[in-house]
Design a protein around this ligand. Sequence first.
Ligand code: 26Q
Length: 820
Amino acid sequence: MDPSRYNQDYLPIDVEALQEAVSRRLIYRIGKDPFTANDWDWYRALSFAVRDRLIERWMETQRSYYRKDIKRVYYLSLEFLIGRTLTNSMLNMGFMDSCDAALQRLGLDLERLREEEPDAALGNGGLGRLAACLLDSMATLDLPGTGYGIRYEYGMFRQKIEDGRQIEVPDNWLSRGNPWEFPRPEVVYPIRFGGHVAVGKRHDGSRYVFHWMPDEEVLAMAYDTPIPGYHTDTVNNLRLWSARATEEFDLQCFNQGQYIKAVEGKALSENISKVLYPEDSSSENQKLRLRQQYFFVSASLQDILRRFQSNHDDLRELPDKVTIQLNDTHPAIAIPELMRLLLDERELEWQAAWEITVRTFSYTNHTLLPEALETWPVGLFSQMLPRHMQLIYEINRRFMLQVSHAYPGDGDILRRMSIIGEEGGKRIRMAHLAIVGSHAVNGVSALHTHLLKSSTFADFERYFPGRIKNVTNGITPRRWLNQANPGLALLINEAIGDGWVKDLERLQELREFADDPAFIERFADVKMNRKIRFAAYARRHYGQLLDPHTMYDVQVKRIHEYKRQLLNLMRTITHYRRMRGGNARELMPRTVLIGGKAAPGYWRAKQIIRLIHDVADVIDNDPQVEGRLKLLFLPNYDVSSAAEIIPAANLSQQISTAGMEASGTGNMKLALNGALTIGTMDGANIEIHDRVGADNIFTFGLSADEVANLKHAGYRPREWAERDEELKAVVEMIRDGYFSPEEPDRYRNLGEDLLNQDPFMVLADYRAYMEADERVNRLYAEPAEWHRRALINTAMMGYFSSDRTIDEYARKIWRVKPRR
Ligand code: 26Q
């Protein structure tokens, strides 16, 4: 690293200076001396030293945006799944090696210190991690992007397993403080709820005016986290809001002498930013969720408008200076909220306000499943946000009028496209609101976007041709290759230099090394080292012994029926059955690793976790297996454990029912790290297939079209079981209690449901999956060929860099340019 790349006014980043900085931070910030400091103290001292170097670049970046009056991107998301920050900051700023050396001089081990940092787990899964990858790419590409979200006091729950069952433990990630955040007590906005709307006339009588008289007020206070780009001085901002009770509120109650009530009310309003909601379609207690949405949207929009109006007078220029991306419909209340601010508080006319709104917003959809599309009961919504309810009705009235002009006499299309759904009580369809109120809507993979256009939102595609676009997801190579797999990064650097970190398509230069047996061998060695390292990790963290000489066969993702962990399990049971039949030698020795969290209220998903444990127990205790098959559930899968598991994987399980996984991003991370994929033609798997080529991926099963056709024709899973003896036996083992002899009915329902309904078509894809797995088996028996194809996977993943994703957003949707 060439330090002169950086402005000489910045704090020094040589070994000497860093050693000095860490020592001084230990004394003056932590208040400890080197003799009493523990690992946590040193971690903090180091973090503060690193952070000092972030701040300077961060302030300069923000000043330059202001000076240049550059168009900004605001990424609104209820989730940012950041993980750990320390290594990321050092690597992105380019002084990781100097820090390492500085710590060695202090007699400290960086690997150990960084384990002290808790994950910032402010997200559920793919959608939240995507937000984090996109922030990294915006900073790396020098784009003026800011993230807005909620500073949850409790992030994604920690998953414990007791007797095979998932236990949710609160994630108190802030309990020991967070060196990466800056509280901004001066940046506070009032957020109002409830009450009613009074109607009046403007002084000159020219139009109606609406006064929202809320009956509740909460404050949103900002916390900022710097987001450094890779090898650039650009440092962007992630601004997260925390709920505070208003002082006024306290004082009023005090004056009435109602002390306890005052403190109660305080606790109640501060609940808003207390906890991240686990992804859950079925949960009831949703009122707080809606409060969270409005809370962070209103604070963010107030902040955005304040910044815009600090150097602009004409609000009609807003869309030229501001673009706001909605991460799914979770922040879609931003559309009526901006309308309210423009109409009621800035006194614009409807037409002008609506034009500004539509030109400012765009919306990313992350799901096709109709039952997963967000809706809110009109009753609940009106109570909490009466003015917004009026505005949504008015938006819908005008929209319906226009649709009825386009399709005269077609009542059906009005019902289908309305923002208000009538089935099962009146509900607001947030996706319809988001589509109508945005100039661009995007899906997250080619197939997903195609299906949005042709089925889920077909009416909208016809009415607003061109509004729906595709932007295939990506992942940041900084975290998912450079940081997670430094051994592989080093090998790649030796072969083709380090330009790939910022220009991932250059990995294609590795293709020529696919014919170099010596290189393949070194590539295979890197994988073996990571498998050995993961075996040590598994021993430390789970008390489990893994054999790194077996194939690591990995499925890590949220537990969901459509992701079909059950299909994986049925395959594993099949292998086990074959071994009991005396055919143990036919299987290349495997370690099947499954990890992921189930939503607390998702019973079937929790049952699947339990079944995995029950099956693992049976396999573990059967001598006939001869150590050739191991099944292990990895508890508490999160960003940090992902960075250990993914580099160690040989085989990547991406086996969702075709048409159901919008994109997937774990598929990209695993392939980038040299795992071969076994998968369905779903989401981004299709694009991975197209890039690596059919020989370098194991695809199987029904296509999205075939799934739809089979459903239409009438799918009878029991008949599929009747036609396939092995399949039938496996389902019956589960159903009849083979894996739960102490409670034979434990999986009876699950088994019966598979035979009677099987909405995710596990039985229909079973045989094709087994055949694909047989191809996997044969290839793994030829290690050189396996690793050659694994290298081709790494080489062909360039397209899946989130830098490419961001570049597409910037050109096709945002129309923003880098600051230099
Ligand atoms: C809904 C209601 C109440 C509480 C929570 C939620 C909720 C929270 C999170 C609903 C959905 C989510 C997250 C969805 C998600 O992660 N989707 C994934 O997004 C990825 C990024 O685009 C895709 O790659 C995955 O295919 C998609 O499943």
